[in-house]
Design a protein around this ligand. Structure first.
Ligand code: LLP
Length: 445
């Protein structure tokens, strides 16, 4: 299978896909469709690759690099357990993600809490359980965090989220470090260094370091190089005025994956050494001793490990204005289980999952069952001309930002997430039931 599929996916002699040693027909029968399927071996191997390559790359320079899995990309207590087994840490972006990470057994000191607008309750909970770091995002938060930590009689470990001005990544909605957006404290305006002064001066805060995340779907090392240069410049500037050399620098996540066959990805094998060398240069230029480094990949760990399995319902052929035809293949899910195409114009591919076909391919569009013409899952894909009701279709690379962004639009039930390995399947997140849906509605007396 092409690189866009997770590593254990294979097509059997009968034409049906197998993943983690499980036949997709059986999985569809047992768990229903749509179904998110996570390839455990693949996801773990990706986590291990980040750990090993970044440890080796920064190890050459004599420092450590921690890998925080960005749990917003996909979170379950089982996946948390895997991350712990693979010696990763975890980034959570809300009180809800924090609770699932804790339920999965992630030790609080290995958890970092993010968020541009953390509530008092979230801050209090994080401090009470003793998370390893809180990434502060505003002056308001510095004051609130200090006050709450003081009240609780604890010292809060703090990283300051810096907006470096580096504009990187795919769609505008997933670029996060240019000036005109909501995250972080701006380097250019002086807000970042002022935040460092305030955290350093605060009685109940301990300044651990600086954090930045420049965006997602980043392919070029240059963006990380520029970001490192600016971050180490800031670190040196603060050291010069305060005498404090911050012990940690986090460069965030954003490693690109390939969503469609042939598209490039930023593999950790390559990224680790190039980024470590870029950081070494930045440090040399700015001056100072090596900090402990950290990174926060999400989709590059969970994305390629997941696929979605759909059942075809209706097939329709329409005439195109420019001549020719297009086949609309409607499946039993849609924009509610994969928000990425309608939100970011994201592209995916699809394949017939339970059989092969000798029919010539037809230009097809995979659509969902929502009441919206924009409810498109795969804009253009060649599928065999005989695809019909009852066929299974698989869409690869849906492991990140799929189930975690799913909703119940049009009263659809959110699919289950299962993982597969060595012929065994485990449920991570159960499918919504009609009873769930009715229970959220408060009926009149
Ligand atoms: N660290 C921080 C602080 C972040 O904000 C993010 C993503 C990550 C790490 C992980 O980024 P990744 O390695 O997964 O690209 N829903 C969008 C992505 C939003 C990402 C927001 N922050 C999508 O589906 O593309």
């Amino acid at each position: 299978m092409s690189a866009v599929w997770s590593r254990t996916v294979e097509r059997g002699d009968d034409g049906a896909l197998r993943v983690g040693g499980c036949d997709v027909r059986q999985l569809a029968g047992e768990f229903g469709t749509p179904l998110y399927i996570v390839d455990e071996a693949d996801l773990r191997a990706r986590a291990a690759a980040f750990r090993d390559h970044f440890t080796a790359a920064f190890g050459r320079h004599g420092t450590k690099c921690d890998v925080y899995y960005a749990s917003k990309s996909f979170l379950s207590s089982r996946v948390t357990r895997w991350m712990l087994d693979e010696d990763l840490r975890m980034d959570v972006a809300s009180g809800g993600e924090l609770e699932i990470a804790l339920r999965g057994g992630m030790p609080p000191e290995r958890i970092g809490l993010h968020g541009n607008n953390k509530s008092d309750a979230e801050i209090e909970r994080a401090l009470k359980v003793g998370v390893g770091r809180i990434v502060v995002d505003s002056f308001d938060e510095i004051a609130i965090l200090d006050a709450i930590a003081f009240e609780l009689g604890v010292t809060a470990p703090v990283m300051v989220r810096v907006t470096t001005g580096v504009h990187a990544g795919g769609h505008e909605y997933i670029a996060t470090s240019h000036e005109d957006q909501k995250f972080g404290l701006s380097l250019a305006s002086g807000a970042a260094i002022e935040a460092l002064r305030r955290v350093h001066a605060a009685e109940s805060l301990e300044l651990q370091g600086i954090h930045t995340h420049i965006g997602s779907q980043i392919l070029s090392i240059d963006a990380f190089r520029e970001s490192a240069t600016r971050m180490f410049g800031l670190r040196a500037e603060f050291a010069a005025e305060s005498g404090v050399e911050m012990p940690e620098v986090d460069l965030g996540g954003g490693y690109a994956i390939s969503y469609v066959p042939g598209a490039e990805a930023l593999e950790p094998e390559r990224a680790a050494f190039e980024i470590a060398d870029a950081v070494a240069e930045a440090l040399k230029e700015a001056g100072g001793t090596w900090p402990r480094m950290s990174i926060e990949p999400g989709r590059a760990i969970s994305g390629p490990a997941g696929m979605t399995l759909y059942r075809v319902g209706v097939v329709k052929t329409v005439n195109l204005e420019e001549g020719g035809h297009r086949t609309y293949v409607a499946v039993d899910g849609g924009m509610s289980d994969n928000m990425r195409p309608i939100t970011y114009g994201a592209e995916y591919s699809a394949t017939l999952a339970a059989r092969l076909s000798e029919e010539p391919p037809a230009l097809s569009r995979v659509v969902g069952k929502h009441c919206e013409s924009g409810d498109v899952l795969v804009r253009n894909v060649e599928l065999p001309g005989d695809v019909s009701r009852g066929d299974l279709l698989a869409v690869p690379a849906t492991g990140a930002y799929g189930r975690v962004m799913a909703n119940n639009y049009n009263g659809l039930l959110r699919p289950a997430v299962i993982s597969v390995k060595d012929g065994q399947a485990q449920v991570h997140v159960r499918r919504d039931t009609m009873e769930d849906l009715l229970s959220w509605d408060v009926a009149p007396e």
